[in-house]
Design a protein. Structure first.
Length: 62
């Protein structure tokens, strides 16, 4: 399943691990996704939402 927030569309960011010897390997920072039962219109639906959207009140829990 894709690591994408269904409200804001936030996705993982990519970068590098850099060791003390300056060896460079790729890494990624994942989004903090939570599965939440939310009110969408008249229906309650289970959505995968990032914690930032939950904290800011972009969704209302059902």
């Amino acid at each position: 399943m894709a690591q994408v927030c269904e409200v804001c569309g936030k996705k993982p960011q990519f970068g590098n691990n850099i060791s003390h010897a300056h060896n460079v390997t790729r890494r990624r920072w994942n989004v903090n996704l939570q599965t939440v039962k939310a009110k969408l219109g008249a229906a309650n639906k289970r959505v995968r939402v990032c914690s930032g959207c939950i904290k800011s009140g972009k969704i209302t829990k059902a």
